[in-house]
Design a protein around this ligand. Structure first.
Ligand SMILES: [Zn+2]
Length: 369
């Protein structure tokens, strides 16, 4: 493998500097990684928006993905005013966030949050090729958000959140479909932890939830290795998403648990890298996590996304500062000379019948819906 990208969803630079993390500390290049202007200034970003920008090279107004629970961005006559206010640093943080999530979400998306139960964003709503669709060799991509249903790629693709559980899915969860039984072998049902998140159920112990989550990240990484080692053609590009930091920190502020989560994600990544032995590694986070505003009363979130703490780290200089730089930098790495974003082929944009109830349930489990 030439390049292995590992997503550390929700990893904060602040935490990475504070904790003793041998794998992370050994990376020679690192810096902050920010979402594009509006989201950075408004201090609101969804993983759906951020990872779509990073892997397509398209900005929000092009790819139109605001978040998991909204329809596609349609624009609205009031958008200019809303954006100006959301970027105005004199407006308190919490209100700037709400201007984006509720303001843009309700006003300027095609269903608005209100109808989110009826239809969900799916992979084919993103009109652009993902970075690996443009690379010369084969790819192995596991767990990127909004890749359900998967499409035909040169290599293998396992859908990320909010893909349903195998028993609920109306579409294959993996491309090629015959890999599904290898990845979902009964003891593993994807990203979802059986224990409800303490965000939704305060009787669940925070450290037990963290432990269940990290076991999940570990078993996913094991499956990644297994598929890699049994592939006929050695994938040249790899991507694995580890979600634990984002999901667990939504549910806890406990310093010991937080340090343990970072510790174990660092260890899982280190083991994966030693086993796959890629030429280079790139760690990406879509945003950091910070204590939730006391004004946020709709959910019992202990910590919430922090747009100023996203980070990247690599074994070589990927020269990143903004999420929109990620795609071009990876193309450069592979010496691919092409402009981003690139539209997808018509046949890949067919909308499938999704089991919306199942997808909604999974979003609820994650504390989104
Ligand atoms: Zn995230």
């Amino acid at each position: 493998m030439d390049l292995l990208v590992i997503g550390w969803d929700g990893a904060s630079y602040r935490h990475l500097k504070e904790f003793d993390l041998p794998f992370w500390d050994g990376l020679s290049h690192k810096d902050y990684l920010y979402p594009e202007g509006l989201f950075h200034d408004a201090s609101y970003i969804s993983s759906a928006n951020a990872w779509t920008t990073m892997t397509t090279g398209a900005g929000f107004r092009q790819h139109k993905i605001l978040g998991f629970v909204y329809g596609k961005y349609t624009g609205h006559p009031l958008m200019k005013g809303v954006s100006l206010m959301a970027r105005n640093q004199a407006v308190p943080d919490f209100f700037r966030r709400v201007l984006v999530s509720e303001g843009i979400g309700r006003l300027a998306t095609d269903t608005g949050r209100v109808d989110a139960e009826k239809s969900h964003i799916q992979s084919s709503d993103i009109p652009f090729k993902r970075i690996w669709d443009l690379l010369p060799g084969t790819a192995q991509v596991f767990g990127l958000p909004l890749t359900y249903p998967p499409w035909e790629i040169n290599g293998s693709l396992m859908s990320g959140i909010p893909a349903p559980r195998p028993e609920e899915a109306t579409q294959p969860l993996v491309y090629p479909p015959e890999l599904e039984d290898v990845i979902y072998d009964g003891s593993h049902n994807g990203y979802y932890v059986d224990l409800p998140s303490p965000v939704n159920d305060s009787s669940v112990d925070e450290s037990e939830y963290a432990d269940a989550h990290l076991q999940k990240s570990g078993s996913l990484s094991e499956r990644y290795k297994h598929v890699y080692n049994s592939s006929e053609e050695n994938p040249t590009f790899g991507f694995l998403m580890l979600r634990s930091i984002d999901d667990v920190l939504h549910a806890t502020e406990d310093k010991m648990i937080i340090e343990d989560v970072y510790d174990r994600i660092d260890k899982i990544s280190s083991d994966l890298v030693s086993s796959i032995d890629p030429d280079d590694v790139l760690i990406l986070s879509d945003h950091g996590m910070a204590p939730t505003s006391p004004l946020r009363v709709d959910k019992d979130l202990k910590m919430d996304h922090d747009t100023r703490q996203g980070v990247w780290g690599g074994t070589t200089d990927f020269d990143l500062s903004n999420q929109i730089d990620v795609g071009p930098s990876i193309l450069d790495y592979f010496d691919v000379d092409t402009e981003l974003p690139q539209e997808r082929d018509e046949y890949e944009l067919v909308t499938n019948e999704l089991d919306d109830e199942a997808v909604h349930q999974r979003l609820e489990d994650l504390g989104y819906a």
